[in-house]
Design a protein around this ligand. Structure first.
Ligand code: NAD
Length: 412
């Protein structure tokens, strides 16, 4: 079976073929520029040393420093990090921000570590990749299993090595350390904007849309909150412990308060039905938002999906095989490289503020985020119409053109 990265390469080649982009102009985006694999020793609370595998991949630095999150999850492996880093190259080109693509991760279940173990793991990983990252080189951010506190440990360790405060080395950090207002909400807010932009083109609004969300972490939780505030009915949500479903609509603020206490959905109580994550994806709804992990909608369940719109808040939630099945069912998919670009857009704003030493209001951040998302959506939609292709293919064509232009301008 083809790996996630091999499938991504096929997607890129297919988009290039449709748009008549020559092989010389895209070949360099099929192979990551640099990959680092490090062994991270941690003294566990039981007195035993454990070694964890860590990765940082810089897929491209053609358009600027590599940019992309750091994931802590037990399934992290080089193929996944490589794929996530390549998606970042395309996402940054689509959002038109001056970055390449990168990604990192550690193969660890962070929920099984004490806070001290997690901090040591993060700080040792940072030391091991410190020659590889930097404000002008490669700028990490949060992803699955990491959060502003982890970003603060990375910033503190890196600044210690450099001997000077270096806030621009990382984004998604706490506001007192130079984090941007609006960054925590940015990816979920961008997902909400993506829903709005699509519905506008279908002569609909967010009001009364019946929405299902897989994953109630940073991205899914904020998207649920903002969509509910816009009048959508969130009928089902899930996390790693399972899903809850109510046709009347769920009480999203109460769910978010519960999750903020560090609990999971399996201990949330109320008048709803408990279902599995697999059943959640197959619910009849207006908008389905996968916001957890990749490879959730596959050839095994695509035929059972009963929505007309999928907004990919997670990276890579739909496999190419599922894409083909869903296309036949006329399901519109707003692809990850566009739908979840809000996070990296506000990460870019955070970096700009750090380098300038001048900080913006939350309103200013949200307005600028909307402008960037709106423009990216509009340009992808124009390519979709021009070639009569899916939004995913249109997004890749738009990005490839931009990357090829940059390559030509730099000279080979
Ligand atoms: P997170 O760790 O905050 O949340 C992940 C959520 O998914 C949690 O609710 C978790 O319980 C749930 N989950 C984990 N495994 C699951 C499973 N097998 N089935 C169902 N649910 C499961 O992570 P996040 O930052 O919200 O990231 C979610 C997705 O969005 C990822 O694909 C990530 O790459 C992508 N993304 C995140 C950002 C960002 O700014 N955080 C930006 C762009 C894209």
């Amino acid at each position: 079976m083809a790996s996630t990265y091999e499938k991504l390469v096929a997607t890129i080649e297919d988009a290039a073929k449709t748009a008549g982009i020559k092989e010389n102009d895209y070949l360099m985006f099929l192979s990551p520029e640099r990959e680092l694999h490090v062994a991270i020793p941690v003294m566990m609370d039981n007195g035993k040393v454990k070694i964890f595998d860590g990765f940082r991949v810089q897929h491209s630095t053609l358009r600027g420093p590599a940019k992309g999150g750091i994931r802590f999850h037990q399934d992290v492996n080089i193929d996944e990090v490589r794929s996530l880093s390549a998606w970042m190259t395309f996402k940054c080109a689509i959002a038109d921000i001056p970055y390449g693509g990168g990604k990192g991760g550690i193969s660890v279940d962070p929920t099984k570590l004490s806070e001290r173990e997690l901090e040591q793991l993060t700080r040792t990983f940072t030391r091991k990749i410190s020659q590889f990252i930097g404000p002008r080189l490669d700028i990490p951010a949060p992803d699955v299993g990491t959060n502003p506190k982890v970003m603060a440990w990375i910033l503190d360790t890196y600044s210690g090595i450099k001997g000077e405060p270096t806030p621009a080395v990382i984004t998604g950090k706490p506001v007192p350390l130079g984090g941007s207002l609006g960054r925590f909400e940015a990816t979920g807010r961008g997902v909400m904007f993506a829903c709005q932009e699509l519905l506008k083109r279908l002569d609909q609004t967010l009001e009364d849309q019946r929405v299902v969300i897989q994953g109630m972490g940073n991205v899914g939780g904020v998207a649920a909150d903002l969509l509910a505030k816009e009048g959508s009915k969130i009928i089902a949500v899930s996390d790693v412990s399972g899903a809850i479903y109510s046709e009347k609509g769920l009480n999203i603020p109460a769910i978010i308060d519960h999750l903020k206490e560090g609990k999971l959905l399996d201990s949330f109580k109320g008048g709803f039905k408990r279902i599995t994550n697999a059943e959640l994806l197959e619910l009849e709804c207006d908008i389905l938002i996968p916001a957890a992990l990749e490879n959730q909608i596959t050839e095994k369940n695509a035929d059972k999906i009963k929505t007309k719109i999928i907004i990919e808040a997670a990276n890579g939630p739909t496999t190419p095989e599922a894409d083909a099945i869903l296309a036949k069912k006329d399901v519109i998919i707003v692809p990850d490289v566009l739908a979840n670009a809000g996070g990296v857009i506000v990460s870019y704003f955070e970096w700009v503020q750090n380098l300038a030493g001048y900080y913006w209001s939350e309103e200013e951040v949200n307005t600028k985020l909307y402008e960037k998302m709106h423009r990216a959506f509009d340009l992808v939609w124009k390519v979709k119409t021009e070639y009569n292709v899916s939004m995913r293919k249109a997004a890749y064509i738009k990005a490839l053109r931009q990357l090829a232009d940059t390559q030509e301008a730099r000279g080979f």
